[in-house]
Design a protein around this ligand. Sequence first.
Ligand code: HEC
Ligand code: HEC
Length: 215
Amino acid sequence: MNFSRGIPLALAAVFAAGTLMVAAPAAAGDTEHKAPHGHAHDPTDIWAIARGGQIYDNWMAVLEADGPKTTHPAYTAAGKKKGAGTWRCKECHGWDYMGKDGAYAKGSHFSGIKGVRGVAGMDPEKIHKIIMNKTHAYTEAMIPHSAMEKVALFLSKGQIDLDRYIDRKSKVARGNPRRGAAMYQTICAVCHGFDGTEINFKEEPKVEYVGTVCA
Ligand code: HEC
Ligand code: HEC
């Protein structure tokens, strides 16, 4: 499975958060206006953290926003990427939150920038200030305040040690397939089908299904 995608990461965060007994402060009333399907009037912390994780992965997709066309000013000369994609948190800090010390230590995503593991547990307001500093160059027109608050909450309370869930060498998810199958059959199959080929994620004629992303 491609773990750079929003939903699997967010699911991982939700499952991890569920086992961690998260003691997050009550999320403020949500004013995020661009959220698809409206917004939660009484948002739970777990939802805010999971959504923060999705925004960390790809805020342009999650907020349905066009990103800047220019390459991010803090993106390093060592990096090979250009344009809007360089504004994704994960492009600089990694999908494993480990930056140059993780999956992006080499290869086409290398940028040499450090990870964000060090801010886990830090006061979300302090993290929010770091993300809104000059280096980051984000504006509220790009990522509204209430959305960035969730990213800060995610980095403080929602980061997980991805080595527990993904084997770095093979890139295969760890875990117990029989236990996963029980969850899949009871929760997911109703929409995705027992063989995972009911919902196509791509635009026709391209196809990709939950049952084929690992294939
Ligand atoms: C173009 C690259 C780039 C992007 C995109 C980017 N950052 Fe950063 N970020 C940096 C750099 C550079 C630093 C400073 C690293 C250092 O001190 O060595 C930094 C530092 C941080 C830190 C502090 C880490 C620490 O341990 O001190 C946090 C937290 C952070 N970024 C969060 C984010 C979030 C959240 C996003 C997305 C909304 C984001 N960053 C997007 C380049 C980027
Ligand atoms: C009520 C229906 C429903 C249920 C239940 C459901 N899904 Fe989905 N799922 C969807 C829809 C709709 C999409 C979006 C398809 C698209 O992007 O066009 C989706 C997308 C996804 C994606 C792709 C995300 C991406 O960004 O590419 C994954 C992975 C996924 N679901 C996994 C699961 C898993 C695992 C479960 C069970 C824990 C589950 N789904 C339960 C309806 C459902």
